[in-house]
Design a binder for this molecule. Sequence first.
Ligand SMILES: Nc1nc2c(ncn2[C@@H]2O[C@H](COP(=O)(O)OP(=O)(O)OP(=O)(O)O)[C@@H](O)[C@H]2O)c(=O)[nH]1
Ligand SMILES: [Mg+2]
Length: 327
Amino acid sequence: MSPEEQALALITAARSGDERAVARLLRNVEDETDLGLAAWRRLFKDSGRARVIGITGPPGVGKSTLIGRLARAYRDRGQRVGILAVDPTSPLTGGALLGDRIRMQELTSDPGVYIRSLATRGAVGGVARAAGRLVTVLDALGYEVVLLETVGAGQDEVEVAAIAGTTVLVLMPGQGDEIQALKAGLVEVADIIVVNKADREGADQLAAQLRSVLRLGLRPEDGGWTPPIIKTAAADGTGLPELLSAIDQHQEYLSKSGEKAARRRAALRKAVWRELESLLLRRLSRNPEFVSEFEALVGRVEAGELDPVGAAALLLERLAAPAHPEA
Ligand SMILES: Nc1nc2c(ncn2[C@@H]2O[C@H](COP(=O)(O)OP(=O)(O)OP(=O)(O)O)[C@@H](O)[C@H]2O)c(=O)[nH]1
Ligand SMILES: [Mg+2]
């Protein structure tokens, strides 16, 4: 069977509720196999329907606990839920992830919920790219809500946040996290800010602090939406109705303001650009004539005849006007 045929068979199985088919599909998409690529391309046109909610914040603030609560609430609304956890540190044996799994055990037995962890790739942008593709697949397979957990730290996380329609930044009192979050630029990508562990001391102070930070105009570019600050205790469910309604309101704002369409277009522009880059590089590196031209120019740079920019410009010129056109 060709990769396309295999992909089609897997998609059909996944749509009929075969969880192992879903897992195989996602694994192939993440690993960028030929099958995965074929599946992703086929599914792409059916995507764009799910509400994608990013849950980000420093380690240990309660993101997974909150996601468990949200997932249950969406299940109660009769929606299918996909959960992707981006594990920043350990590919397989991550303690945090293991903990998450145990906490999420009740959910894993529910066929309407699909949970998967996503190992971080080395390259910047690797996580964002893989996460984006997996979200597309879950979306197209009919998961109406996709919850994306990331530990807020680097550029990748900010990019992951861009995949989400609604980004929820989770903080907790007593860690000085708010300062770090500000530094990491996370407050700027947050559509909703949650002060979790509100059962602990300092939640009101943290909320007040954040409120004044927002009032100082950290988001001058964003006129239409002021991120609400919501206190929750994910452990017992306090504040969950408020969080759910804030997410609903933000989703409505996204649609009504045209922001949703604008974000989708920006994401698509980026996606096409990325694919163009990778396609171009792959084609060129497989073209023997180009490769020998390339090596020759590297030799001239080595000999001091050219600098790298000059060499690249020459390569580009020759691409536009091949030296040996096939007649
Ligand atoms: N007191 C209190 N503890 C909580 C609350 N929510 C979560 N916790 C606890 O905080 C710890 C961390 O919770 P997680 O949900 O794993 O936090 P996380 O942000 O997903 O952590 P990482 O994935 O490791 O970054 C666990 O022991 C939870 O039981 C809360 O509202 N109050
Ligand atoms: Mg977690």
